[in-house]
Design a protein around this ligand. Structure first.
Ligand code: PEP
Ligand code: MN
Length: 352
């Protein structure tokens, strides 16, 4: 349930109401925006009637029953865009953030060479897998802890925060010691024990959409992480499985505005895993930014033909450089698309 307060409702009134609902066993999430103040109630609100709530304060403007199964991730609970801060790099709220790097960490030289080049092109963070969830058990599985050490050294050299995938709950503590953002991959989007474990860390989480997951299931996976106390979740659309086989996946562009309407978390797009083919990465990246994505995660390899994983979809550094300048121009054309999506039910409050 969301309680929208009247404009100018005093803070003391919100505190009084918060105490009342907390004493009923509910958790209360207040948000004070420019034109509105709201209290989001999480818990069993079935028994609370609208008239009972309305009678508890003359400063209540209206009461909205949240129809979605997600609460903490809902726009109604948190009308402004969430901005996630990774060591000073901001994601969401109108920032355009680029994450780039190889699919897998293969060697120190490989990571250092790619890191220097993507940084020079304007990447804000470095990606690289040390634990790879491969379809075949015979494929390269990653350098594991040695890979984490290489990523850490690349951060020391370039200053770029590191994003890497975590594939099992027992590795969370170790991986969190080395890197800045924990990536939960498509194959693990509904690995609920992994979601709960990363939710107990204080690291930002990059949560990728499962290849057959609905938008609601993606947001519910974010809700798992948030319900454990970690609000720093970045959602990633990386293509879904359809009947089409020409591309590796089908990039669901409509997921971007749909998630923006439902949820306040930043949405980034991975055009590399969506396409599976390097020459389609730039067009998909442009479409994603035009549709309002908060950033991109792109696979880049200095020698794609020799890559141990996902070479076919990896851009050479010079192609990535071109992509960044192209998408920056697109973002500049329509800055509005990156602006706030405060839901009308809440926003209209202060404007009436
Ligand atoms: C990856 O980012 O390298 C990866 C395995 O992605 P996904 O989980 O989207 O397939
Ligand atoms: Mn990959």
């Amino acid at each position: 349930m969301v309680i929208v307060m009247k404009p100018g409702a005093p803070q003391s009134e919100m505190e009084k109401l918060s105490k009342k609902f907390e004493s009923m066993g509910l958790s209360v999430h207040p948000t004070i925006g420019e034109n509105y103040s709201i209290l989001g109630l999480v818990g069993d609100t079935q028994l609370l009637t609208e008239s009972e709530v309305a009678a508890s304060s003359s400063y209540i403007d209206r009461i909205i029953r949240v129809q979605h199964p997600f609460k903490l991730a809902s726009r109604l609970f948190h009308p402004e865009d969430s901005v996630i801060d990774v060591e000073g790099v901001k994601i969401g709220g109108g920032n355009l953030t680029f994450i780039a790097g190889p699919c897998a960490v293969e060697s120190r030289d490989q990571v250092f060479a790619i890191a220097e080049q993507v940084k020079a092109s304007g990447a804000h963070m470095l990606r690289g897998g040390a634990y790879k969830p491969r379809t075949s058990p015979y494929s390269f599985q990653g350098l594991q802890e040695e890979g984490l050490q290489i990523l850490k050294e690349a951060k020391e050299k370039t200053g770029m925060p590191i994003v890497t995938e975590i594939i099992t709950p027992d590795l969370v503590e170790l991986v969190a010691d080395y890197v800045d953002v924990l990536q939960v991959g498509a194959r693990n989007m509904q690995n609920f024990s992994l979601l709960r474990t990363v939710g107990q860390t204080n690291k930002p989480i990059l949560l990728k959409r499962g290849m057959s997951a609905t938008i609601e299931e993606l947001i519910m996976a974010a809700e798992y992480i948030m319900s454990e106390g970690n609000p720093n979740v970045i959602l990633c659309e990386r293509g879904i499985r359809t009947f089409e086989t020409y591309t590796r996946n089908t990039l669901d562009i409509s997921a971007i505005p749909a998630i923006k309407e439902l949820c306040h978390l930043p949405v980034i797009v991975d055009p590399s895993h969506a396409a599976g083919r390097w020459h389609m990465v730039e067009p998909l990246a442009k479409a994603a930014i035009a549709a309002g994505a908060d950033g991109l995660i792109v696979e880049v390899h200095h020698k794609p033909d020799e890559a141990l994983s996902d070479g076919a979809q990896s851009l050479k550094p010079e192609k990535f450089n071109r992509l960044i300048s192209a998408v920056r121009q697109i973002a500049a054309i329509d800055e509005d698309v990156h602006h706030r999506h405060v839901p009308a039910q809440v926003r209209d409050n202060g404007l009436r």
